[in-house]
Write a protein that binds this ligand. Sequence first.
Ligand SMILES: [Zn+2]
Length: 184
Amino acid sequence: MTINEVLNRLKTGNQRFCRDQMIRMNQDSHRRQETIQAQNPFAIILSCADSRVIPELIFDTGIGELFVVRVAGNIANKSTIASIEYAVANLNAPIIIVLAHENCGAVTATLQNGNFGENLEHLVDHIRPAIHDASVNEVAKKNAMITVEQLIQNSSIINGAVNKNQLQVLPAYYHLGSGEVEYL
Ligand SMILES: [Zn+2]
């Protein structure tokens, strides 16, 4: 699939999700059999771990269609970059979407600036550069845009694919109520 075909597929899938018209293709036993030997996902999604943000549902996709990496705050750290690099280098997916969302707990925690302990501090550290004089949701959007830059800057594999026009990295923002994915 070309970049435009993938974008179109994601947009139409999200429209079906928003309208309660999901077709739930490729989620059955036939599809499981078909994908035993190999996966061929058409998009990579870096999303938050939030239980309300479920990429496979949001884009009305099935087994083997999305390569999803989830971590609170959808940050680019070594683990998420390495996972994404695998999908770019071996599976040739032409799009990465960094999917931020409304009312993100990780962003809210970062803005509260408390004492987080070592592990959560690692996560919050990645979100801090997005803090500016704005609401939680605006910081979440900014964080998605910064994460896009970091994925490209901190990975020669992602950077190389972008430079060859084989890969696009896009920030997006998910609206909890409407279900809409807004491209930033
Ligand atoms: Zn979140």
